[in-house]
Design a protein around this ligand. Sequence first.
Ligand code: TTP
Ligand code: MG
Length: 358
Amino acid sequence: MRIIAHLDMDAFFAAVEERDHPELKGLPIVVGADPAQGKGRGVVSTANYAARKYGIHSALPISTAWRLSEKARAQGQPGAVFLGVNYRRYGEVSERIMALVRRHSPLVEEAGIDEVYFDLSFAGSFEQAAEICRRLKKEIQEQEKLTASVGIGPNKLVAKIASDFRKPDGLTKVTPEEAENFLEPLPVRKIPGIGPKTEKRLAREGIRLVRDLKKFSPEELQIRFGKWGPELYERIRGRHEAPLQEEYEPKSVGEQETFGEDTRDLNFIFDRLWGMCGSVWNRMQAEDFKTFRTVVVTVRFADFDTHSRSHTLAAATGSPARLRFTAMKLLMPFLDRRENPRRKLLRLIGVRLEKLER
Ligand code: TTP
Ligand code: MG
């Protein structure tokens, strides 16, 4: 019998900040871009649960978060504390948590900075697996003073949905017999692979819950979703055989920057692109990669219309000059008629390296 667990830290970046700044305990905390008194232009990375009560969450424009905080303050509640992102710090905490997980399982897949799958099949029963997870949660609490939520299921899909089921500090166990019933009442959006666009499209037809999707045959799902349909048919019934992928490698290194104001000033834009290439190249080296093959440039226009263009080189290279040249060539069309006929201003640019090798 396969038993898979998924652990996800609660409000991770914000929880680390709250722990490291005892004077902030209990206050609403928002980690992300500088709000600049409401004029900030980036987004929220995450918010702790006190700030989520104000409606603040990941990916929200930081200016909206500021407005929600001001609104709460006007109603006599504490305003949110806004903090910048300290990736290095969160990375260190993440490494120590992954080390604790590894002490309990022979097969571990680090799926992100604050989430990890681990195989507990050796435990022999779901009850025993839950016991291991309770111990692990206690160790994380004692060593790191942080809470995690854990889901246990017959596969990665169910385990991941289960870890999200009761947050924060949750432990949810779903046996193979329970899996199908567990998923039925959930919103379709909870199924990995169903994003916001698909969710909207389905809602227009009155399909909101996993249960509603189950009336379709694999063939009908294929017509609606293409090749992915039959796979979806299995997923909404809790069936998913994907193995854990032990060697989690950061597949890419990238950065992006929202400009202080929308612009088409070529000197400024190329200057920022230049700087960004340097810092992405440094990060590639810091993560012990020697070469890259693919460069991706992202552009967001003032109206939030966002495009990415990539170029894969014929051979791997470690040359920072090659990176700058390729990035410039990819960005160019967005500044002239080729990709920007209406001469829109740019709001953000980003550079990412893929196909990295050590
Ligand atoms: P999540 O696990 O999605 O969020 P969370 O840990 O903050 O909250 P939850 O209790 O709901 O799990 O993401 C982990 C971290 O990744 C999060 O703390 C900050 C970062 N992150 C971003 O920077 N931007 C994003 O849009 C999201 C979703 C996360
Ligand atoms: Mg989390």
